[in-house]
Design a protein around this ligand. Structure first.
Ligand SMILES: [Zn+2]
Length: 436
């Protein structure tokens, strides 16, 4: 007897053979997938009718700053360094714990409603983000954003804050909350700080989530300061390794791609953020061809401005096609892999997440195809990447629990989350005005 049976849908497994079952089913027992296939005779307490719908692994957003949902639409159309220095950082100085909690709940709600079941986050007041994840029922790999700016005192307190989160939350909420260390970037963290992060991550057996080679400004700053490009700079101090999740990786030479592959670094492509801030186009086809499992992320809602991974898949495919003037540069199937199996590998969770296989965690979503923009149906993968949007997700299941059924979120009070987020965002921006 299963707990939940998702029955009679098009099941896109993303298993190693990339099997797709028509009129397939997925049986869930506890927090795991118990059976996947065409003929599942098993009975279940809860049966979800998936006829005319697609069942697929929950999408994995490998780079975001969840609480930045509060800054959605606050500052657009600016270059990265100016955007950070004149808009984002001054507002973030006034952030309070309750803001991050309200923003994180809003982010969790948006993810549940758009089919994302796991995300990698780097921000502030992360214990409050962890609380939000615990309540929402979703899955998060959380890191405190360490910004030390060559200040030894600040280094110590920032590292302590990073370690505190790891100690308090790693493996909590039935294992749905995991942690990493989150040094912001090579231009905001000194070599001494990064060396210490590497040591602490090893000690606690967790990963490292950072930004790398995002803009040409960064390449210039790091080259002027250290005489080396960012990848070379980090590699020369032994920082790069398989536990490093590196957002952006836009400006890479062929040699740097080789170094990332050899060290097993996990790059995260953020096409919308890169386009919006005008940073450039990451060499995704080259990285994929080199055998690097490139993952996908939205970045924060202040630079995207949504957390919709369906849009992100489409943009990942389109941006790389137009950049290479080659329509096969990133095909739909690759974009879907980036948002599922590659995301799981990037987070060190390849054996638990990313595909619908027996024994893996029951993190899955159901997409309703009975819509004009998803008809007629010939190629499911094409529809998922090029036609579907987050709001086509009908049901979201994480860790064997139904978080949303037929668009109704069961774990959060939607109206209250929206109200509180608006209130928090208004208060945060007003606080900034006070300090002028
Ligand atoms: Zn970011």
């Amino acid at each position: 007897m299963a707990d939940i049976l998702v029955k009679g849908g098009h099941v896109v497994t993303m298993d190693p053979q990339r099997r797709v079952f028509e009129r397939g089913s997925v049986a869930i027992k506890g927090d795991k997938i118990a059976a996947v296939g065409k003929e599942i005779k098993e009975k279940a307490d809860v049966v979800i009718d998936a006829r005319g719908k697609v069942v697929l692994p929950g999408l994995i957003n490998c780079h975001t700053h969840l609480s930045m949902t509060l800054l959605r639409g606050v500052a657009d159309d600016m270059p990265l360094m100016q955007w950070l220095e004149t808009k984002i950082w001054p507002i973030e100085k006034n952030l309070r714990a309750e803001d991050c909690y309200a923003g994180a709940l809003l982010g969790c709600l948006e993810m549940i409603k758009s089919g994302t079941t796991c995300f990698a986050d780097q921000y502030f007041y992360m214990e409050h983000v962890a609380r939000a994840v615990e309540e929402a029922g979703t899955r998060g790999v959380l890191s405190y954003g360490i910004i030390e700016l060559d200040d030894p005192k600040r280094r110590e307190s920032e590292l302590r804050a990073g370690e505190k989160l790891v100690k308090a939350w790693h493996g909590k909420a039935d294992g749905r909350v995991l942690t990493m260390f989150g040094p912001h970037a090579p231009y905001t963290c000194s070599p001494e700080c990064l060396a210490k992060v590497k040591e602490l991550a090893k000690k606690h057996k967790v990963g490292i989530h950072t930004h790398l080679s995002e803009s040409q400004d960064e390449i210039k700053q790091i080259t002027e300061k250290y005489g080396k490009r960012p990848v070379e700079h980090l590699d020369s101090m032994g920082f790069l390794g398989p536990e490093v999740l590196a957002a952006h990786c836009v400006w890479l030479t062929e040699e740097e791609i080789r170094v990332l592959r050899e060290r097993g670094v996990k790059p995260v492509h953020n096409p919308v953020s890169n386009m919006k801030i005008g940073c450039g186009v990451a060499p995704v086809p080259e990285m994929l061809a080199a055998g690097i499992p490139v993952a996908l992320g939205t970045d924060g809602a202040a630079s995207n401005n949504t957390l919709d991974m369906f849009s992100e898949m489409k943009f990942a495919a389109l941006l790389n096609k137009v950049h290479k003037l080659n329509p096969v540069a990133v095909p739909a199937a690759s974009a879907l892999e980036m948002a599922t199996v590659n995301g799981a590998i990037a987070l060190g969770l390849g054996d638990k997440l990313g595909s619908l296989e027996v024994g893996k965690k029951a993190d899955l979503v159901v997409v309703d195809l009975k819509k004009p923009h998803l008809s007629p149906l010939h190629n499911i993968i094409s529809h998922l990447v090029y036609s579907a949007v987050g709001s086509d997700v009908d049901t979201t299941i994480v860790d064997g629990k139904i978080l949303m059924r037929e668009r109704k979120v069961l774990t959060l009070d939607e109206d209250k989350v929206l109200r509180e987020a608006q209130k928090s965002s208004d208060a945060l921006l007003a606080r900034k005005e006070d300090k002028k």
